[in-house]
Design a protein around this ligand. Structure first.
Ligand code: AMP
Length: 275
C-alpha cells in the first residue's frame, strides 16, 4: 500500500493506472466495518482501490466537533493495509484548500437545505466541495458511498449528474453493530448508558419497517409509533421521503426512506432505513 500525502504525488502515481479501473472510497477516517464494507466492494469491482482520509473542515459548522472528531491515523493505516487498499491518500488541509478566494460548489437550494441541511446549513456545500475536489484528483471509475448518509449520497449523485462528471456513484448498504446501532465514527463519544439509550433509534426504524410489512403505509401513524419508541431521546427529526428526497405522506414500497436524527447527550446520531 502506498501512503500519499500530497495532491501532486497522488496525481503522479495515478498516471501508472491510466488503463485501469479505479475504485474510490472517500472517508474522514476512524475507520470501522461500515468503511471496510465499502473498501471490500470497491476491491471486488475495480483494478485498484484508492481510499482517502481527510477530516474536511468546510463541512463542519462553527461549534461542531471538528476539533474533537476522532483521529486514528496509525490504526487506520493498518486497517487499510489489511483491507488491501492500493493507495491511501491523507492530504493536509492546505493541500486541499489552496486559498481564501476559491471557486465553490453550492448544494441544491431545496434538497441541500432540508433535514441534515436544515439542521446543519452549509454542511452539504462543504461535502460537495471536497468530494468534487477529490473526484478531480483521483478521477475514479467508481466511487463508493454508504446509504447511512442517505442525503449526502443523493446529493453527490445529483452533483455528478448536473456537472456531467464521468463517475459511477455506487450506493452501499448501511452496516450495523451486533446490537443494531448504525456504525459511525461518532459512536466512540457515547458512554455505555448513552449507547443503550441510542438503541431506541434502530428499534424505532425496525418497528416502522415491521408495521409497513403488515400493510401500514400511513406516514402519520408510523411517525407516532417511532416517536413513542424514541420518547427518551432528543429527536431532531423523523422524516419520510421518496428516493429523490421529496417528503411523502404515504409509504411507497421500494421508493421510500425513513430517516432519523437524534441527540444522545452531546452526540448527534443519524440512521435510516430504505423501504
Ligand atoms: P465518514 O468517514 O463518516 O465521512 O464516511 C465515509 C463513507 O462511509 C461515507 O460514504 C459513509 O456513508 C460511509 N459509512 C459511514 N458509516 C457507514 C455505515 N455504518 N455503513 C455503511 N457505510 C457507512
Amino acid at each position: 500500500m502506498e501512503i500519499v500525502k500530497t495532491v501532486d504525488e497522488l496525481r503522479e502515481i495515478l498516471k501508472r493506472y491510466k488503463n485501469n479501473s479505479i475504485g474510490f472510497v472517500p472517508t474522514m477516517g476512524a475507520l470501522h466495518d461500515g468503511h471496510i464494507s465499502l473498501i471490500k466492494r470497491s476491491h471486488d469491482e475495480n483494478d485498484i482501490v484508492v481510499v482517502s482520509i481527510f477530516v474536511n473542515p468546510t463541512q463542519f459548522l462553527a461549534g461542531e466537533d471538528l476539533d474533537k472528531y476522532p483521529r486514528r491515523d496509525e490504526v487506520d493505516k493498518k486497517i487499510c493495509e489489511l483491507a488491501k487498499v492500493d493507495i491511501l491518500f491523507m492530504p493536509n488541509i492546505d493541500d486541499m484548500y489552496t486559498g481564501n478566494d476559491e471557486v465553490k460548489v453550492v448544494a441544491p437550494a431545496v434538497r441541500g437545505y432540508v433535514l441534515e441541511g436544515f439542521i446543519r446549513p452549509g454542511h452539504f456545500d462543504g461535502v460537495l466541495r471536497v468530494v468534487c475536489k477529490l473526484f478531480n484528483i483521483v478521477k475514479p471509475t467508481n466511487a463508493y458511498f454508504g446509504k447511512k448518509d442517505a442525503q449526502q449520497l443523493v446529493l453527490i449523485q445529483q452533483m455528478v449528474k448536473d456537472l456531467f462528471m464521468d463517475i459511477n456513484v455506487v450506493p452501499c448498504e448501511l452496516i450495523r453493530d451486533n446490537d443494531g446501532l448504525a456504525l459511525s465514527s461518532r459512536n466512540v463519544y457515547l458512554t455505555q448508558e448513552q449507547r443503550t439509550q441510542a438503541l431506541a433509534i434502530p428499534k424505532s426504524l425496525k418497528s416502522a419497517a415491521k408495521k409497513i410489512g403488515m400493510g401500514e403505509l400511513d406516514v402519520s401513524v408510523l411517525k407516532a409509533l417511532m416517536s413513542e419508541t424514541m420518547s427518551g431521546l432528543n429527536v431532531e427529526y423523523i422524516a419520510f421521503v421518496d428516493r429523490e428526497f421529496n417528503e411523502i405522506n404515504k409509504i411507497e414500497v421500494k421508493n421510500s426512506i425513513i430517516l432519523v436524527a437524534a441527540r444522545v447527550g452531546n452526540t448527534r446520531l443519524i440512521d435510516n432505513i430504505w423501504i
